[in-house]
Design a protein around this ligand. Structure first.
Ligand code: PLP
Length: 382
């Protein structure tokens, strides 16, 4: 017989299901839990879930709030950034013409090409293809010239897609330049900036550069509902995106956002915007300085605090394995941390010789655990 005692106790239910808590020092990685949702957000959602409202009205009002908070013309709460990418493509391909909207993802005879830097191809661009887009690449893995973008645009072009991610290449054309070229051909530019918050300045930057639609994950740095996203931009395109999303019965219907998530995201974004970024950064710095101080003497490692625009959007403790390092490989250390109890995941995207501790999802107590486990693994005699 199934033991149903303590059915509403999170420790009990996870124990029964064989799920154990992990430590996510890797940042806002969805596979590792995303981010810790704001407690106030959850409280609000708990109440909002029990209040019936008109969803079209709620979506429109929430969109106005997102627009106000980002300086955009319009906004829409989408089902995560990936859901927002599907809506971006649906909007630029079908607009709000119900005949075209109903055809999707069949795009025969429609403007269906989305132009993208070869250097910007990434797994999530499948979300564009889910709406029936054909990806058209320009440039190569090292260079992209304005004439290559010009050459890729034609009468079937629905949009130019642009990826803003911490680790994307810095050899691509700047967003501003892409917007100039695309707009000269009357083609909109759609941006994926899912994981670029914080810094908060990135909430305004891409629209200022000329982007027509930008999507951010609501469940990453904003710490809103895990399955939500912020889609903002030009009013006509947002209207077209909304027309194809829940509760309408078009392509986006399968990416429903619950009413409590809609209002939860609005409140979370509003809290995010109002937070004191300097104080937050200082707190991350002091947490990560403790990691640096604890490991800095270990021979063969170069341990430092890093905070920059491209790789580490918030202050992280970065461990570089130098030529003098005699211990197990970086990958072996990362694997040992993941095998240990508790299971600890580190940030591994900085490069093949780097491991980092990202404070975004760490409590003070977890920082101590990470320090203890890293010290053990890095000073083990092999
Ligand atoms: C995380 C991420 C996504 C997906 O965001 P979700 O909100 O999890 O759907 C899309 N694009 C990029 C670049 C991301 O980092």
């Amino acid at each position: 017989m199934v033991d149903n005692s303590n059915a509403w106790d999170v420790d009990a239910i996870y124990r029964r299901m064989g799920i154990s808590q992990i430590i996510n020092a890797a940042g806002s990685i969805t596979r590792l839990g995303g981010t810790r949702t704001r407690p106030e957000t959850l409280e609000l959602m708990e109440k909002a879930a029990r209040i019936m409202v008109n969803i079209d009205d709620l979506n429109r009002a929430a969109g106005r709030e997102l627009a106000r908070l980002t300086g955009a013309e319009a906004g829409f709460v989408c089902s995560g950034a990936a859901g927002g990418l599907v809506l971006q493509a649906a909007a630029v391909i079908a607009g709000n013409d119900p005949v075209k909207m109903r055809k999707l993802p069949d795009t025969d005879g429609l403007k269906n090409e989305i132009v993208i830097h070869t250097m910007h191809r990434f797994p999530y661009d499948q979300a564009y293809r889910a709406a029936g887009a054909k990806m058209v690449e320009f440039g190569d893995y090292l260079f992209a010239h304005p004439w290559q973008l010009e050459g890729a645009i034609n009468e079937r072009t629905a949009a130019v897609a642009y990826l803003c991610a911490p680790f994307s290449s810095n050899r691509v054309l700047p967003l501003e330049r892409v917007c100039e070229i695309a707009h000269a051909h009357d083609v909109p530019v759609i941006v994926d900036a899912a994981s670029m918050l914080p810094p908060r300045a990135n909430l305004y930057r891409y629209l200022k550069d000329g982007a027509d639609m930008v999507v951010y994950s609501g469940g990453k740095g904003i710490r809103g509902p895990q399955g939500s996203g912020v889609l903002v931009g030009r009013a006509d395109l947002i209207e077209a995106a909304a027309a194809q999303a829940n509760p309408a019965q078009f392509l986006g219907r399968g990416m429903k956002v619950a009413k409590e998530e809609v209002v939860g995201l609005v409140a979370s974004l509003s809290a995010f915007v109002e937070e004191d970024e300097e104080a937050e950064t200082a707190q991350y710095r002091s947490m990560m300085q403790r990691v640096v101080d604890a490991l800095v003497e270990i021979p063969g490692l170069d341990v430092s605090l890093q905070h920059d625009r491209c790789n580490y959007l918030i202050p992280c403790a970065v461990i570089r394995f130098t030529d003098e390092w005699r211990g197990p490989s970086r990958d072996a250390i990362a694997a040992a941390m993941e095998r240990g109890a508790p299971e600890i995941h580190l940030h591994q995207l900085g490069g093949p010789y780097e491991l980092a501790v990202d404070p975004l999802n760490l409590t003070e107590e977890e920082v101590e655990t990470v320090i203890r486990r890293l010290s053990e693994e890095l000073t083990k005699q092999s």
